[in-house]
Ligand binder design. Structure first.
Ligand code: UTP
Length: 293
């Protein structure tokens, strides 16, 4: 029987240590790219791809994510009084009425694998997507990364990892896979290893923060021992799942920005600012002047 994906998991309970002190009291996922927090980009991507249940795995200092997706009565009333109709409508359209949010607390940041496992009671026996909001993916064609993954799942009914080639010297920042290619974009996973040193990496194909999983992933996440960096690693559960099910890799169409790193975050801000309908041309003018271009 064909299964349909309607649920998305957003692990947002990490400590965001690379952005301290900005992330001391504020979650990394609430950092803005121009005028929108990272988590909202990921949520919009999921909803546009047909997701109806958003499951946030939250931790300490994350209440503002909950507030962000809640109705802001006072703010809306104030804006209405001032006649700021466009802004009111923008706030109201944040979450369509057919979409619901579930917030689950990860008591300790034990790792991404542990965070995803926290969603098990809500996911049940269904396939689902996972989006890491600190990987921002800009559409290049007319389909988002999540939409591409879901369309592939609908055809092949298997777990899928979004991948992209990275510089060999950067393999120790990612889960790295080796594959048997089906074609230029789809591959069958042969192995996966978390953050290998360049000399030990099986390839330069890195897993990025977009995944589709069949519910079988949960039995491998249960009782998983700590892996690389002393964390409960999603990668280790994927390696176990691979022993019993086919897993696909997919070279998505789109541009990924590593917003978990300062440089990636700044690059995303510059590129999104240049594309922004309100400030793009003024910002370009400013940059040209400042850089003597
Ligand atoms: P990262 O390792 O990139 O996030 O986890 P981090 O640990 O917050 O960041 P640094 O390295 O200390 O700067 C990838 C994703 O997994 C989530 C994070 O919130 C992020 O979206 N995560 C990680 C959890 O939800 N729980 C965890 O225990 C660990």
């Amino acid at each position: 029987m064909q299964q349909k994906i309607t649920k998305a998991v957003f692990p947002v309970a990490g400590l965001g240590t690379r952005f301290l002190p900005a992330t001391k009291a504020n979650p990394k996922e609430m950092l803005s790219i121009v005028d929108k927090p990272l988590i909202q980009y990921a949520v919009e991507e999921a909803i546009d791809a047909g997701i109806e249940t958003l499951i946030f795995i939250t931790g300490r200092n994350k209440h503002c994510i909950q507030d962000h997706f809640d109705k802001a009565y006072e703010l809306e009333t104030e804006l209405e009084k001032k006649g700021k109709v466009e802004q009111v409508n923008e706030l109201k359209s944040l979450l369509p009425t057919h979409v619901s949010c579930v917030f689950i607390r990860q008591s300790e940041a034990l790792g991404l694998g542990h965070a995803v496992n926290c969603a098990k009671p809500i996911i049940g026996n269904e396939p689902f997507v996972v989006l890491l909001a600190d990987d921002l993916v800009r559409n290049k064609g007319n389909k988002s990364c999540t939409q591409q993954l879901i369309e592939l799942f609908n055809k092949q009914q298997a777990s899928i990892l979004a991948v992209e080639p990275v510089a060999k010297k950067e393999t120790d920042k990612y889960g790295i896979v080796s594959i048997n290619p089906q074609n230029d974009v789809i591959g069958n996973l042969v192995s996966i290893v978390e953050k290998p040193k360049p000399e030990n990496a099986p390839s330069n194909l890195a897993v990025i923060g977009r995944y589709v999983f069949t519910p079988s992933i949960f039995k491998h996440l249960d009782n998983l021992a700590k892996g690389a960096g002393g964390e409960i690693q999603l990668t280790d559960a994927i390696a176990k799942l691979l022993q019993e099910e086919d897993i696909l890799s997919y070279k998505f169409e789109g541009k990924r920005y590593d917003c978990g790193s300062k440089l990636g975050y700044l690059i995303a801000n510059v590129e999104y600012a240049l594309l922004h309908p309100e400030i793009g041309s003024d910002f370009l003018h400013y940059l040209k002047k400042e850089l003597n271009l």
